[in-house]
Design a protein around this ligand. Sequence first.
Ligand code: RIB
Ligand code: CA
Length: 315
Amino acid sequence: MKRRKVIIDCDPGVDDGVMLALASAHQDQLEILGITTVCGNQDIDKVSRNALSLSDFFGIEAPVAKGMDRPVVREPEYAPETHGEDGIGGCVLPETQRTESRENGILFMQRILKELEKEEKASIIATGPLTNVALLLRIFPETADKIREIVFMGGSLSGGNVTDAAEFNFYEDPEAARMVLQSGVPLVMCGLDVTEKCTLTRKQILKMCQWGSPAAKLCGDMLGYCLENSSEKYRGEVSVHDAVPVMYLLHPEIFEGGHKILDVDCSEGAARGAVLGGFRWWKNEAEDTNVYVLTDVDKDKFQEYLITSLYELAQ
Ligand code: RIB
Ligand code: CA
């Protein structure tokens, strides 16, 4: 079967790290053309160093290119309370000999898309603020024709995790989120509505650490940091938000959703980063509903597929 070509844009980040492990375990189905990094959970240098070390450790050979070091308009706000000062929960990875591409991440994505064969397209998996993706589409609008779809973790129709209104990636760069939502490119939104159901329990995380698989242990240790230090400690399970876009590409059948027309609150107020979208369907044509919003998941299947993938990830 022909592999799906993907570009991964991320801000590792504990759950970005688990996403990379999941993607690596399925390189028989996903042809990872490149990884770009974006300021989000931590500063661009930290998330880029993490992307290099994690991709090396998990066996992803695709090049890594550094993207934007700040949101389109706003000042960066990091998330050390969830991901630690280093971005990966203090986990120590073997020193990598790999270095990031000298090419700017946005130019890197544009070149990869431009170099695709005439009929080929690539999917973009985005698990950080949408800064790089938004600027790619704004600076190089012709790349939209080479993008099969953008499957992103971000937003929420049912309340936020960084404020009552906003999910972190949309809060961090609401202008970028609006630019992508209004780009006309086919989108799959993996917002908190579904990712908050895509969790691993304390027991499952502990088991992962005991399997003897270095890859699974690293994922268990990173998730364990979230479990002990973030607000997840009150729940006793961890949402693996960023694994959802990859899981959707691998197993769309375990998800439910619907098409919507969405906007983002770009104000400075309490609603900054909130997703706006409703029921004024009569106001828009069917083709305008370019966002497929995931709203539900078979949680047992999600856990089974994620755990199995991490277990089988050869090390
Ligand atoms: O709200 C969850 C998102 O914010 C995830 O992508 C996580 O890595 C953080 O970036
Ligand atoms: Ca992320």
